[in-house]
Design a protein around this ligand. Structure first.
Ligand code: ATP
Ligand code: MG
Length: 376
């Protein structure tokens, strides 16, 4: 397929922070961007050429997107996969609606991961109440997760016994779920791969991810794991992209178990929070890769320019009266980069921004990043 070159118009479904960083990357390269998002204050709208302020399934808005954009992508997986398939009839869409549909559904996702020959935590797919009336010992203690629409640890319940699992399933309204065995985690890492339709791939350095209350708090790069283990995570991400015939940026989250083996936790068919660091610390960032993949350009080089620590900024640190955190020290730190998403309302647990600290090694970066947190 012929490359799509600037100043072509690119489209994105969703205008949150991932969409915003995509728009910035595309605009910097000279593309124009149309964002579809029902929120008048969508973070990506600040930079977009065109903001279609309409629901994601709005037929007219989708028609406009297809007619005006040379290629369309998405910033989140809970977009209607059928809308993407419809768009794909008249314009280039990546990733495909089929891949997005897989990432939307933990049951489909896990079975694809296993099909690619990669391990997951032992899990039981529960499509209806009969499915949970079986011996559950292999999955306990475990976590019951809704198959759809979970994020940042939402839609999950930890259960110790079969009775608790069945009660939790009823509490979640009897919707499709997976019951996943609780694993003994040494740490969590992620690998983000870019793949083009001509099967060119590039994978970013592996990030070590520290979560707080089910939400990503810090990413540390390079991850503090053996280089062979990091290489194996990268290879697994590539294998999965190949198995899915994936086009675009694919994030793969892993658990590193106590015995130093990897299991895949989940995938995201888009740039990922744990890849924000690539903007400040890699030769090409994950949003540029998204642009490149959708435009049929070769993936950019992913070399790490410096050890880096990324810290998420949640609404929790905004003052109750809406007042801003004290940015002074962070802004005046020469090796720290602040990114704010322009969200009007700070709420507990809401991702408002992030910052990266670059230093000679991850220990120094981590120490400085944590000290900066205390100044906010
Ligand atoms: P996000 O959208 O932030 O990635 P999510 O809601 O999709 O999160 P998961 O990634 O499934 O949820 O789980 C959130 C976190 O809960 C994981 O990063 C991990 O810390 C913990 N967790 C999930 N499943 C397991 C498991 N089987 N064993 C141990 N810990 C787990
Ligand atoms: Mg996750």
């Amino acid at each position: 397929m012929a490359a799509i070159l600037p100043p072509a118009m690119l489209g994105i479904l969703g205008g949150g922070q991932l969409g915003r960083m995509f728009v910035v990357a595309a605009k910097r390269m000279g593309y124009r961007v149309t964002v579809l998002d029902p929120d008048a204050n969508a973070p990506a709208a600040d930079f977009a050429d065109v903001h279609l302020c309409a629901p994601f399934n709005d037929a007219d808005a989708l028609k406009t997107l297809a007619a005006s954009c040379a290629a369309v992508t998405t910033e989140f997986e809970n977009v209607n996969a059928d809308a993407m398939r419809t768009l794909a009839k008249t314009t280039r869409v990546s990733p495909s609606g089929d891949c997005v549909a897989i990432a939307q559904d933990r049951i489909a996702e896990k079975s694809w991961i296993n099909k690619a020959g990669l391990p997951t935590a032992p899990y039981l797919a529960i499509e209806s109440v009969e499915d949970i009336q079986v011996e559950l010992a292999d999955y306990l203690p475990g976590i019951l997760k809704t198959a759809r629409l979970g994020y940042d640890g939402k839609g999950q319940m930890r259960v110790k016994t079969a009775a608790e699992a069945r009660a939790a399933y009823a509490d979640l309204g009897g919707q499709a779920c997976v019951l996943e065995k609780m694993m003994d985690l040494q740490l969590e890492v992620s690998a983000i791969v870019t793949r083009t339709s001509s099967a060119q791939v590039a994978v970013f350095p592996v990030a070590e991810n520290i979560h707080k209350n089910g939400i990503l708090d810090e990413s540390i790069v390079p991850a503090r794991i053996a280089p062979e283990l990091a290489a194996s995570a990268q290879q697994m991400a590539i294998r999965l992209a190949e198995e899915l015939n994936y086009v675009g940026v694919l994030a793969v989250e892993f658990f590193v178990l106590a015995d130093n083996t990897l299991v895949v936790n989940e995938i995201a068919p888009r740039p990922h929070n744990s890849g924000h660091y690539t903007i400040d610390a890699c030769l090409t960032d994950q949003y540029q890769q998204q642009v490149r993949a959708m435009c049929e350009l070769l993936p950019g080089k992913t070399s790490l320019l410096s050890p880096v620590v990324m810290v998420n900024l949640l609404g929790d640190i905004w003052r109750d009266d809406g007042g801003e955190p004290n940015w002074a020290v962070l802004c005046e730190t020469p090796n720290a980069h602040l990114h704010l998403y322009g969200k009007k309302q700070a709420r507990v647990g809401r991702k408002m921004g992030h910052y990266c600290v670059l230093a000679a090694n991850v220990d120094d970066a981590l120490e400085q990043a944590r000290a900066l947190k205390d100044t906010l």
